[in-house]
Design a protein around this ligand. Structure first.
Ligand code: GLN
Length: 450
C-alpha cells in the first residue's frame, strides 16, 4: 500500500488517473491488517486496488465523472466493491472516467482528462481510462472498470494491460450507476491474465440484489488457466469484417503476429463472418442512448447530487439543475435517447434497433458454432492524440466498431496486450470474444498467448 501510494504521488501529476484518493483510510486498513497478520482465506489480502468512479462506495465520493454528482456519497457499496473488500483488498481511490461512462477517451470527464502513461500526449481510451491508466502507471495492482460498449477493452488496449468484460449477468451490477442497463458489465483490468482471473473470481457470481445477475456456478478461473501453454484443440475464428482494410497496418501486424503464435501453440484458425457488423454502431448508439435517457432521469436535483441555486419553480429547478450538472455529451445522448423512445419514433428507431440486435446476436452464435473463440483487433488504431476526437463525436463513435457488438450480444470479451505498434510505438490489444459464460477458456487462451 505504501509503495502504491508513493507511485500515485510520483505519477499522478502527469497521468491524472484518479478523481479521489483515500490514502489515510488505505494506510489505516493496511496497518491493522499487518498487525493481525495474513488471512489465507482472503484471496486478495492486502492487495491495493482502484475502482472506477461509477461504482458506489460508502467511504468515498462517487461522482461518475460528472458535476451533477460532485459531492455525492452513496450510503452503500456496490456488490463488486463489497466482494473486493471481503476478499481483503485495500481500496486506494476512485478512477477518472468519461462522464457517466459516455466516451472513448476519458476527455469527457467533467473534472479533468486522464493521459496515457505510455505517452501523455495521447489519450488512455475510455470510458474506463482512469482504471486503465492507474494500472499501467503502476499505481495499483489491478482495477475495476465497466464496459457498456467497449469501455474496459478499449482503454486496456490503449494502455497495454489486460481487460475483461464478463458475460452479461456474470457480475452483479448492483451499485454500478446505470448507463445502458441491458449492456453494462463490471470487469477486471490488470497487468496479467492471471491477475484478471483472480479479480474476476472474486467479483463473479449471483447476487439477489441484481435481478439480471445469473445464478450459475462460478468456475475456478485460476486453475482453468492451465500451465503447459498448449492451444491444441482450440479453434479460433477470424471474422473477415474485423480484419479488413480499415485497420492501421501496425495494428494488423501486431495482432497477426499474436495469431501466428497461437498457431505455433497448436490452435487452428478458421475464417468466419459477422455480416451485420456494419449495423453495429447505429444499433448500439440507438439502444445505449435510449437506455441512458431513461436511467439518467433520476438525476433531477431532488434525489441525488447537485441542485441549482434559487429555483423560481419546480420546472426551473429540474431544467437548471440538469443543464448545469450534465456535460455536452451527456445532454446530447439524453436528447437523442428521448427522441428515439418518443411515441412517434419508437417503432422506427428503438424497436428496429432491438430487432437488429437480436440478429447480431444470432450472427455471433453462428460464428461461435464454428469455433471456440473469435479473435480480432480491439480498435482500428492505437491510442490517438489528446484533442483529436473532441470536436467530432461521430468520429469518436466509430472507434467502437469492434467492441460494441460483444455487448449487444451479451458475450464475454477481453483485450490482451500483444506488443507495440511499429509506427506509433503505442500498445496494441488483441480482442478475444467467447461463448456466453465461457470466460475460463478465453482466459486460458489469453494466458497461453501472453
Ligand atoms: N464509447 C462507448 C460510449 O460512449 C463506451 C461506452 C462504455 O462502454 N461505457 O457509449
Amino acid at each position: 500500500t505504501e509503495a502504491a501510494l508513493a507511485r500515485i504521488e510520483a505519477t499522478e501529476p502527469k497521468v491524472r488517473a484518479l478523481i479521489s484518493v483515500q490514502a489515510e483510510e488505505a494506510r489505516a486498513l493496511a496497518k491493522s491488517m499487518d498487525e493481525s497478520g495474513p488471512d489465507p482465506s482472503k484471496p486478495l489480502w492486502g492487495v491495493p486496488l482502484v475502482v472506477k468512479d461509477v461504482l458506489a462506495t460508502r467511504d468515498a465520493p462517487t461522482t461518475c465523472g460528472s458535476k451533477i454528482l460532485e459531492n455525492f456519497r452513496p450510503a452503500y457499496d456496490a456488490t463488486a466493491v463489497t466482494r473486493l473488500k471481503d476478499a481483503g483488498a485495500v481500496l486506494l481511490g476512485k478512477a477518472n472516467m468519461d462522464e457517466f461512462a459516455m466516451g472513448s477517451t476519458t476527455e469527457n470527464s467533467a473534472f479533468f482528462a486522464t493521459k496515457n502513461p505510455w505517452d501523455t500526449n495521447r489519450v488512455p481510451g475510455g470510458s474506463s481510462g482512469g482504471s486503465a491508466a492507474t494500472v499501467a502507471a503502476g499505481q495499483c495492482y489491478g482495477a475495476l472498470g465497466t464496459d457498456t460498449g467497449g469501455s474496459i477493452r478499449l482503454p486496456a488496449s490503449f494502455c497495454g494491460i489486460v481487460g475483461l468484460k464478463p458475460t452479461y449477468g456474470r457480475v452483479s451490477r448492483f451499485g454500478m450507476v446505470a448507463y445502458g442497463s441491458s449492456l453494462d458489465q463490471i470487469g477486471p483490468m490488470a497487468r496479467s491474465v492471471e491477475d484478471a482471473a483472480r479479480l474476476l473470481q472474486v467479483i463473479a457470481g449471483h447476487d439477489p440484489k441484481d435481478s439480471t445477475s445469473v445464478d450459475r456456478p462460478v468456475p475456478d478461473y485460476l486453475s482453468a488457466l492451465g500451465g503447459n501453454g498448449s492451444l491444441k484443440g482450440l479453434t479460433i475464428g477470424l471474422p473477415a469484417e474485423y480484419w479488413d482494410k480499415g485497420l492501421a497496418p501496425e495494428v494488423a501486424e501486431a495482432c497477426g503476429a499474436s495469431l501466428k503464435v497461437a498457431q505455433e501453440l497448436g490452435a487452428k484458425t478458421v475464417p468466419v463472418n459477422l455480416r451485420l457488423s456494419q449495423y453495429a454502431i447505429a444499433t448500439y448508439y440507438v439502444i445505449a442512448m435510449a437506455e441512458a435517457s431513461s436511467n439518467l432521469a433520476r438525476f433531477d436535483g431532488v434525489r441525488y447530487g447537485r441542485r441549482c441555486e434559487n429555483p423560481a419553480d419546480l420546472m426551473d429547478m429540474y431544467v437548471r439543475s440538469r443543464t448545469e450538472g450534465f456535460g455536452d455529451e451527456v445532454q446530447r445522448r439524453i436528447i437523442l435517447g428521448t427522441y428515439v423512445l418518443s411515441s412517434g419514433y419508437y417503432d422506427a428507431y428503438y424497436r428496429k434497433a432491438a430487432q437488429v440486435r437480436r440478429l447480431i446476436r444470432r450472427d455471433f452464435e453462428a460464428a461461435l458454432s464454428q469455433c471456440d473463440l473469435l479473435a480480432g483487433p480491439v480498435c482500428p488504431t492505437t491510442a490517438f492524440k489528446v484533442g483529436e476526437m473532441t470536436s467530432d463525436p461521430l468520429q469518436m463513435y466509430l472507434m467502437d466498431i469492434f467492441t460494441i457488438s460483444t455487448n449487444l450480444a451479451g458475450l464475454p470479451g477481453m483485450s490482451l496486450p500483444v506488443g507495440l505498434g511499429r509506427d506509433t510505438g503505442m500498445p496494441v490489444g488483441l480482442q478475444l470474444t467467447g461463448r456466453a459464460f465461457d470466460e475460463a477458456p478465453m482466459l486460458a487462451a489469453a494466458h497461453a498467448l501472453e
